[in-house]
Unconditional design. Sequence first.
Length: 305
Amino acid sequence: MTIKPKIIYNKIPMKKVSIVMLSYNRKKDVAEGVEALLNQDYKNIEIIVADNGSTDGTAEMIRDKYNDKIQLIALEKNIGIAAYNMGFDRATGEYIVILDDDSFPVKNAITRMVEEFEKNDKLGVAAFDVRNYYDYMETNTIPTFTSEKSSPRYQLAFNGAGVGIRTRCIREVGGYPAEFFLYWNEQDLSIRILNAGYEIQSFTDIISLHKYSPANRESWRAPFYYTRNLYWLIWKYFPLFTLLKDTSRMVFYSIYYSFEQNTLIYFKAMLSALFNIGNIQRQPAKKEIIKNLRLTYKLAFIYYK
């Protein structure tokens, strides 16, 4: 007689999870991501898509094909990451999963995410292991890992292509900084969440697949917003001495790399940060958070090398 092994499933409360996806002219990718969400092991979900004025028929596709399964926020123009905040405001779940329009979680990811949130009430952010879609979809298999949490002291940000956030964190500290439009928004939100006393942890076995698109970063937008928003990040949260020191470094980089790469984009970004400083509100974070922060300053200055 063959004895079948007894399988024990983890019992977790089926609390509602809100999935907020931002879309902009990626109709095919959005459809693939939605299908992956509808096939999740975890069923108590609501899907919210904030469409940033797409012109490729994304909003129309959602209305026609998924009208009864998706809450659509159809914007008339591209307002950047501020559209995520509209999705956060509409979310009714206890947890929120944030996705790009070209990313989606693997089948068991949301179940695993909820398990971790339920174990630790101070966990504010469960960062997914965001992997390249093209590498892992070729074999159609997902590796299994033992859950390994990084030290909360050094896990200070997350990848917006796959992350879970406790909804009360968003309600308490606010969403993405709308004034940034693009880039550094994850770091900005992370600082506020840590400052409020929550933890950020990453999990190697909670996986999201992302269709990395290097071509999308070749326009002026990436170097401009990366540079300008880094100034603002420093000015918003850093203690005064560190603020002055790091601003001096940024000014030097902005001028030096403008000459080295024969472009004015970094210089323009610096001036934009200064002349629009009224868009940000200073709210210094705890010194230990800034001390442990790992920012790659030169990341903003590599685009014309």
